[in-house]
Design a protein. Structure first.
Length: 75
């Protein structure tokens, strides 16, 4: 499931993020909900908190990814 997420779902969430980045917290929460829901489907992660699931899967939140993409763009 993690491979499917990283190859099919996350590229859709990251596509041209510098252009259409959600700047309202409400929009960012909607996008983050997609990642939260998908990480619950992975074996052994269902009953953990979102941050624990991310640490176990060695992933970051979408907000952190967007900030990193901004820093790369500025550099």
């Amino acid at each position: 499931m993690l491979i499917l997420y990283k190859s099919l779902v996350r590229p859709s969430l990251d596509y041209c993020i510098q252009v259409w980045k959600p700047y309202v917290k409400k929009d960012l929460k909607i996008m983050e909900r997609v990642q939260k829901r998908f990480t619950k489907l992975i074996d052994g992660c269902k009953h953990k908190t979102y941050i624990e699931r991310l640490n176990k899967l060695d992933m970051t939140t979408l907000e952190e990814r967007y900030i990193r993409a901004d820093m790369i763009q500025v550099y």
